[in-house]
Design a protein around this ligand. Structure first.
Ligand SMILES: Cc1ncc(COP(=O)(O)O)c(C=O)c1O
Length: 480
């Protein structure tokens, strides 16, 4: 609904700008979607056409919309400029006041998943392992006092035994040479990203991300007034010619990538692309943030070298237990040169946001458990089997494509042309199939993200049947 509230002291054109930004953030207006014509908008809002023109011109100047003579105004398909929503202080972020509300589809899915009919749906939307796949460890029962006592091993970087365990694991399995004093334990990978944004970037700074990207969906960038620029992916990973163009055009301050089993496409960046990406960023003296939340979940015999191992000084490496041990652990980490780590740790102390020692003790126990390795190997095997099952089904859908998963748990099912609309996502719900729409990741190309880890072998026939039903519906809509 187009309704603007007049507020004392705020020019009406600014309230209109705010309304449009809100609609984009709530998913009521999608990337690439056309706005009503100026005259219609003015009538709906009960203002002069010149006021609407003023608001749209300002939004175009901020990169939120694109205006073309003769073809009207449409929402920018890149990450819309967010500088208007800039935040100046971290506590405002924590107060949630600046967070954009969830879009209608997300809210509906959450309601379904909490509701009594939840079991009737196939939930391939949730970005987590199902409980039956998460490795389980028995917990040595100490006393309450034992737990509290562990606080003495905690400093501003986190619980030392956990940092030592992560350091060992990264060295043994990922040939990453990181000392415990170069590791900061965070409350999940998202807190690591948030600290990086807060400490190393300023409002209005430009960051390059992959298109599509999970980062597009995170409110932390918009809350900080960071401008995100999306760079297309090709078969090997982020397109370097396009990245160079974006770096030069927008004076990018940081490149943020997810090379292993990217969320949402599941893509694995090739070794050559990793090397060339590091080289390109070195040329522009740009830091890379490598989000490696899926590092443990590779299906091949060994993982590819991380960007961090290729360029230890210029890569900030973010990890998490969420994708392997369950999101409730909410433990992540950041590996960076010592001065950066110190700066981030200081910033966090000021914000009073240290991580409690309790989940850290538990995470250290899991990592040091003698069965950890064997359980992770088993998890990879089971994921590989589920990926193969889902891929075999998806191969039967004509005119639909996907990248064969090489790890992680996402399969990106797409068509080469066409758009995805909220109405089509409603149809997916009607088919009792919960999947993530492309527009959640910054594009409205006709594509969906499926979490294949959540399809148990005996659910494959149901998956196939419901997908066929849905794609037939979409084919019919496409022809209308
Ligand atoms: C690539 C990527 N990074 C980070 C996260 C967030 O991790 P955490 O739960 O540790 O904050 C996710 C979760 O979906 C993710 O997909």
């Amino acid at each position: 609904m187009w309704k603007v509230t007049k507020e004392a002291g705020i020019p009406i054109y600014r309230s209109i700008m705010q309304l449009i930004i809100q609609k984009i953030q709530q998913g009521d207006l999608l990337p690439g979607e056309k706005l009503p014509p100026e005259r219609t908008l003015a009538e709906k809002l009960g203002v002069n056409r010149s006021t609407v023109v003023h608001a749209l011109d300002e939004l175009a100047a901020d990169g939120v919309v694109i205006r073309r003579q003769g073809s009207g105004t449409q929402v920018n398909e890149g990450k819309w400029g967010l500088t208007l929503e800039a935040r100046t202080d971290w506590h405002q972020y924590l107060s949630h006041a600046m967070l954009s509300p969830k879009n209608a589809y997300q809210q509906k899915i959450e309601q379904i998943l909490k509701g009594p009919a939840c079991a009737e749906y196939l939930d391939l939307y949730t970005g987590e392992l199902p409980l039956d796949l998460i490795p389980s460890f028995s917990l040595p029962m100490g006393s309450w006092k034992d737990f509290l006592n562990e606080e003495k091993h905690q400093d501003e970087l986190g619980y030392l035994p956990l940092r030592a365990a992560i350091s060992r694991r990264l060295a043994e399995k990922f040939t990453l040479d990181i000392l415990p004093k170069e590791l900061l334990i965070t409350s999940g990978a998202q807190q690591a990203l948030l600290l990086l944004i807060q400490s190393l970037l300023s409002q209005g700074d430009a960051v390059a991300i992959e298109d599509p990207s999970f980062f597009y969906a995170l409110p932390i960038f918009q809350a900080a007034g960071i401008r995100l620029f999306a760079v297309p992916l090709d078969d090997e990973g982020i397109d370097l010619a396009a990245l160079e163009h974006v770096i030069l055009k927008h004076r990018v301050k940081m490149v943020l990538v997810n090379p292993n089993f990217q969320n949402p496409t599941g893509k694995l960046m090739s070794l050559l692309r990793r090397k060339n990406l590091v080289e390109l960023c070195r040329k522009f003296a740009l830091p890379i943030v490598e989000d490696d939340a899926f590092n443990e979940l590779y299906f091949s015999a060994a993982p590819l070298p991380t960007l961090k191992s290729l360029a230890p000084d210029s890569v900030l490496y973010v990890g998490s237990f969420s994708k392997t041990l369950g999101a409730t652990t909410k433990i992540g980490w950041l590996a960076a040169p010592r001065p950066v780590i110190q700066k981030l740790a200081d910033a966090r102390q000021l914000m009073d946001q240290e991580v409690s020692v309790f989940p850290q003790v538990l995470a250290a126990m899991a990592l040091n458990d003698p069965t950890f390795e064997q359980k992770v190997v088993q998890l990879r095997q089971r994921l590989k089997t589920r990926a193969a099952g889902a891929a075999a089904v998806c191969r039967t859908f004509s005119h639909w494509h996907f990248y064969t998963p090489a790890g992680g748990y996402y399969l990106w099912l797409f068509q080469k042309s066409g758009r995805l609309t909220p109405v089509q996502m409603e149809q997916a719900i009607d088919c009792r199939l919960l999947v993530a729409p492309s527009y959640q990741f910054g594009t409205n190309r006709r594509a969906i993200r499926l979490n294949f880890a959540r399809i148990a072998p005996d659910q494959l026939p149901t998956f196939k049947e419901r997908m066929q039903q849905l794609l037939t519906l979409w084919d019919q809509t496409g022809r209308n």
